[in-house]
Design a protein around this ligand. Structure first.
Ligand SMILES: CC(C)(CO)[C@@H](O)C(=O)NCCC(=O)O
Ligand code: NA
Length: 549
């Protein structure tokens, strides 16, 4: 294709992209000028803890649905078939466990940052190490998230590269800095809708142009792209039920259980029940997002089967091939790609500002006035926004291959952070030294796996098994070191920071043995009260779904 954007885009396409930016900016301005006008950190960072479950749930999906997934998943399905779709199974436990273990613990401790938990449970040192690990992870990720869609679009259509990066980065920085978490959450809602609409448009037009649903189905069936469940236990196999189902749960837990961007959304909910409900509501929307990307891959296969296309950017070729000549639709897809990018980097800016403020600055200056803390939080959000642009430039300088590496770092670092929180919540004996040594060991394992796969040029989506291996490794080392250096006595652990997982898993053991495993009944709730709560939540959720219809 001739890389000249005149061929693909009409004025209306540029207008649609501009409307996306303007609307996001407008939402930012609205929350800067309404409500409490962003004059407290409670409002700027925690949205006044007043959010309902619908915006929170859409925002939860938007945070970790980046343009990388929108471009990558259809290509995966095109080349390797629908096996990847089985990652949808991991969403069940991957959301149920956060809803009933992580959310109650964080919510009832009334923390502002997930890393505050680490100080309550372990020590200040563990909190600071956790915070720096998170900052490292997110800073690398946000550069990739803003650069990837601009780069892909530029490579295929000639769409202006740096103008796009600058426009999206700066607009996002502005609305995040002006409107705080409320603006971030409500732009996420809007952007999620645009994201779904863009993918849907490509699928509808694509199916029409390839001869209808029956034809698409026949071609992908004959092309062997519909995969059955692969139960092969070989862990070096590309995708099996085990790598996707088990690895996927760990990936989901590292994103939806303990990542600050998500924890902050749970904490911004009006009530704990509302937070749990928003987590449940992620399930259908995340299945929809997965289905849209997978179906797009199938339609793409129906279109190009037999032809030799192995370009990483073929999704963009496909979209432009389908949509050009239909004024407005290419623009809608561009808006879809950048909605995915904006919603991810805005979450990154706000969560990074929060941890820097709450975990690094406030503990040093406890006497800081609220006005000054709010101003400083805004300066931080803005600085991370500008840092994101610098990271995008760095990504560009290091070239194409760094995209893969950077994404792997994101997945690699997620595992040890998850392990750190699990060590604290589920194992009363774990002490601060164990946690620190475990974190280092987990990071070493993660990087060793990651660098190994980069050197072997393995294309496997590593985060799946990496988060499992490195979090398991962290927990094991953490426990060994804790027992060697003197395990913490359960009565010395801060109440509310433990969840009696082992006691529950081994509920058949006699009472005195269970006491040895973990006797604290946490959060002031008995087991039967907890089961009641789960049943009630499910009932209200089902009721809500049908009441809406
Ligand atoms: C959260 C999942 C696993 C949901 O399928 C996926 O969207 C994902 O791997 N997200 C993180 C990577 C990214 O999209 O940037
Ligand atoms: Na996103």
């Amino acid at each position: 294709m001739d890389p000249s954007d005149q061929k693909f885009f009409t004025v209306i396409d540029y207008v649609i992209f501009a409307v996306l930016l303007a609307a996001s900016m407008g939402i930012g301005l609205y929350y800067a000028l309404s409500g409490g006008r962003q004059r407290t950190t409670q409002e700027f960072l925690m949205a006044d803890r007043s959010m309902g479950c619908l915006p929170v749930s859409l925002s939860l999906i938007a945070s970790f649905q980046s343009a990388v997934a929108i471009i990558g998943v259809p290509a995966e399905i095109y080349t390797h078939g629908t096996q990847y779709w089985f990652i949808g199974c991991a969403y069940i436990l991957g959301l149920f466990i956060p809803a009933h273990i992580f959310i109650p613990v964080f919510y009832r401790l009334r923390v502002s940052s997930a890393y505050q938990y680490l100080e309550l449970r372990f020590s200040k040192a563990v909190r600071i190490c956790g915070t720096f690990t998170f900052i490292f992870q997110m800073v690398i990720y946000m550069g990739v998230c803003v650069y990837t869609p601009a780069f892909a679009l530029n490579a295929v259509t000639g769409f202006e590269l740096w103008g796009t990066v600058l426009a999206t980065g700066l607009v996002c920085t502005l609305y995040t800095t002006l409107g705080g978490l409320k603006a971030v959450i409500w732009t996420d809602v809007f952007q999620t809708v645009v994201m779904f609409a863009g993918q849907l448009a490509v699928i509808v037009v694509g199916v029409q142009k390839t001869g209808g649903v029956a034809d698409v189905w026949r071609k992908v069936w004959e092309g062997n792209r519909i995969s059955g469940l692969d139960l092969n236990p070989d862990p070096t196999e590309r995708h099996t039920f085990w790598t996707l189902g088990v690895g996927g749960v760990f990936l989901m837990l590292s994103l939806y259980g303990v990542n600050q961007a998500q924890v902050q959304r749970y904490l911004s909910s009006r009530t704990e029940k509302e937070a749990v409900r928003s987590c449940y509501m992620v399930f259908p929307s995340l299945q929809l997002a997965l289905a849209l990307s997978c179906v797009m891959g199938l339609v793409m296969f129906a279109r190009y089967c037999g032809e030799d296309h192995s370009d990483k950017l073929m999704v963009i070729y496909f979209v432009m091939d389908m949509l050009h000549g239909l004024p407005g639709l290419p623009g809608l897809f561009i808006a879809c790609l950048f909605s995915a990018a904006l919603s991810t980097i805005s979450s990154a800016f706000n969560s990074l500002a929060t941890v820097t403020m709450e975990d690094l600055i406030k503990p040093q200056y406890p006497a800081m006035t609220e006005a000054r803390a709010t101003l400083l939080s805004k300066v931080l959000a803005m600085s991370y926004g500008l840092l994101c642009l610098a990271m995008a430039y760095l990504t560009h300088l290091m070239g194409d291959s760094v995209l893969q590496v950077a994404l792997k770092i994101f997945g690699m670092v997620g595992g040890p952070i998850l392990g750190l929180f699990c060590l604290g919540m589920f194992f009363p004996w774990a002490n601060s030294i164990g946690a620190l040594v475990g974190l280092c060991a987990g990071l070493v394992v993660a990087f060793w796996l990651g660098i190994g796969s980069i050197l072997n040029r393995s294309t496997r989506p590593l985060p799946l098994e990496s988060s499992l291996c490195s979090s398991a490794n962290l927990i094991l080392i953490g426990l060994i070191i804790s027992f060697l250096t003197g395990p913490t006595k359960e009565e010395d652990v801060m109440p509310g920071t433990l969840y009696p997982l082992l006691g529950k898993l081994f509920c058949f053991l006699p009472e005195h043995l269970k006491k040895k495993l973990c006797c604290v009944t946490p959060l002031g709730q008995t087991v039967s009260e907890r089961i009641d709560l789960i049943a009630k939540n499910l009932a209200t959720f089902i009721y809500d779904v049908f009441a809406v219809e």
